[in-house]
Write a protein that binds this ligand. Structure first.
Ligand code: THU
Length: 128
């Protein structure tokens, strides 16, 4: 059983792999699937700045590529401490369900937990 604290520490460990030469703002994420798998991610910046991908989306893309589409919790942390997902990431994560929990904090003893629907009320879905 992976706790919020475990997940946060995995996100923090991933930070060292962030590629952020432009902003110097490193971000790590750790995404827990419903089956208990963890997919980490980091931000990967690019000389063409708009091509940058955030840590959260890296983790989601890794997970979906490996066959996971149902998730419980994502922990995210920056080199500066707590960080909340950007608007694009909120919509990206909402695609896979409206009950995702988001964990962040300045350190493992001060975690804050949010629900995706609190961070993104009325998220977009195609009316299929
Ligand atoms: N970033 C993330 O990876 N996740 C967030 O939640 C916020 C922003 C990255 C994108 C960019 O590489 C850097 O942080 C500065 O915006």
């Amino acid at each position: 059983m992976i706790s919020d604290r475990d997940l946060y520490l995995m996100a923090k460990k991933a930070l060292k792999n962030a590629y952020a030469p432009f902003s110097k703002f490193t971000v790590g994420a750790a995404l827990l699937s419903e089956t208990g798998e963890v997919f980490t991610g980091v931000n990967v910046e690019n000389s063409s700045l708009g091509a940058t991908i955030c840590a959260e989306r890296t983790a989601f893309v890794k997970a979906v590529s490996e066959g996971s589409q149902k998730f419980k919790t994502i922990a995210v942390v920056s080199g500066e401490g707590a960080v909340l997902p950007c608007g694009i990431c909120r919509q990206f994560m909402f695609e896979f369900g409206d009950d995702l929990r988001i964990v962040t904090g300045d350190d493992a003893d001060h975690l804050k937990v949010y629900e995706i629907t609190d961070l993104l009320p009325e998220g977009f879905r195609l009316p299929l």
